[in-house]
Design a protein around this ligand. Sequence first.
Ligand SMILES: [Zn+2]
Length: 325
Amino acid sequence: MINPMKPDEYVIGADLGGTHIRVAAVSATGKLSARVKRPSQGSPGYKNVVKNIRSAIKEVALKKKSAPLAIGLASAGAIDFSKNVVISSPNFPGWKNVPLAKDAGSVFACPAILENDANSAALGEGRFGAAKGWDDFVMLTLGTGVGGGVILNRKIWRGSSTSAGEIGHITVNPGGRLCACGNKGCLETTASASGIAASARALALSGDYEWLSGQKRRRGIGRIDTELVARGALLKDPACLKLLRDAGRDIGAAMAAVALALGVSRFVIGGGAAPAFKFMKPSARKAALSMAYTLTGPKLKIVSAGLGDDAGIMGAALLAMERIE
Ligand SMILES: [Zn+2]
């Protein structure tokens, strides 16, 4: 990639989440500045989301006292990268083929691009984060769902149907819990933050697990989440440890499938539930190694993400830089 940016020039990277939009200026060396955070919606409706993104972009430019060279937007959901439209998004159920890059990015007369948030995060981690220097790797984000970003030859692999990287929907427990996609036993149902919470709530309700039942009585069932399960694991509660070990095994099974299909042996784990991953990692490694004969101990690398919430902004900005004329 030829990057014609001068030191004082910048592109804008924006990460559109269900609750917040986070926008920042990004320099050629990957330095973030002039950060702005806004609610995504305020009041519901596509027009309001567009209005909020536009005003956040303007505020970044005002702070920088100059216009950006390009704008990159990362959003959850199915994105048609070539057409710059959001086909559909779990965060905004009413959206269908909306031209978000054009509508939100036309604040300035510069190129604007749109990419899936997991793909953007993977690209960001590859260039400036935990996967720096790796040509091929897969990033898994353990959030409300399980997102996936596939990087091959340092580029996002989008597949022919714009849906590559849907690793959260690999079946790891045939006949298991029903997933939002309509299938049963997807990785997302046990290893996402909501999947871990659902498993823990079921154990708490059964009354057979002392620590979790006690937490249910004290806090209410709704407060049992991944963070609490990780705390239980830290206190060596056997039920919490087993639950995270099982989630790790499921992640390892999905990693094995990915490794066998793509020949990838390096993985980055990010997302809101990533802090609990240390309790899942040993079983993830064990499962991946036993299920994929192509993987070996020294070859298999599983690391935690390094950029945190900034990965999506960074990746979107890197894609925007490629559009500078
Ligand atoms: Zn699914």
